[in-house]
Design a protein around this ligand. Sequence first.
Ligand code: PBG
Length: 328
Amino acid sequence: MPFPEIRLRRLRRTESLRALVRETSLDPGDLIYPLFICPGEGVRNPISSMPGVFNLSIDQAVREAEEASSLGIGGLLLFGLPDSKDEKATGAWDDNGIVQRALRALKQNSAAKKLVLMADVCLCEYTSHGHCGVVLQSGDTYEIDNDPSLELLAKTAASLARAGADIVAPSDMMDGRVAAIRRALDADDNTNTPILSYASKFASAFYGPFREAADSAPQFGDRRSYQMDGANLREAMREIELDLVEGADMILMKPAMPYLDVVHAARERFGVPIGAYQVSGEYSMLHAAFEKGWLERDRTMLESLVGIRRAGADFIVTYFAKDAAKLL
Ligand code: PBG
């Protein structure tokens, strides 16, 4: 007879009891803070759909990094807004590209240097058409051409590693990119640079605000021919399996909150470190509710992050990183 002998509420009576039996931890070191780097000096352009998020020039990014470091945050994930865009995404693989320059500046700063510097590897912020790969156009139809994209992605990753990236994180979803990137890194003697692959990245409406922040909305069509269908869990497991075979050291799942079952399934199945990306739309929708007074900011934010950890993520990429770290 479980009740009345057994009463689960006994262990919930005080905060110290609750802390003692808490199953999931959340530390600032588990959090990765994304930054959007833009040209100029002294620039802090607010992103209207993401309160508290800015396009930052390199000097301002260094200041953010110093703050992130003092808060004990685990690392940064860098995105770039280049001076100009073209068909070949030159700004992505240029050794003098915006993120490459930011990495060199961050590596010279003693506080920022303590953070794990992750560089997103993708072409969409750098191509004139806004797609993540090379576009093959014929008349009214177009295709994102997989194999020629690999060369550009590999060049991008190699260049970012040379500039000081501690980790390269391909988010393009072309087939075979992890192997191509591994080869390019190794050919450059960057055998020690890990690859964090966005292995199961779903074609999601939750990326909407990011495309304002990174100025990377596709000029035509959508990303559904390369990003995954949100209905597919088994296919997500295949994507991860293949990326690991190709040499991915860690995997990143994205979005997070609407896909916690995918994070959990990956955790059960694979022994590698797993990150989850609480993406722009997840951040924006919570903020909208905070601004309306419909949800309590601090508790909701932490609950969303604990939920992602409990599903199985070792670390979380989140725009809440600084705010959450301050509370923790
Ligand atoms: C680049 C990339 C995107 C995100 C991360 N890397 C946008 C996209 O695929 O459209 C989204 C991140 C976010 O929404 O916060 N391919």
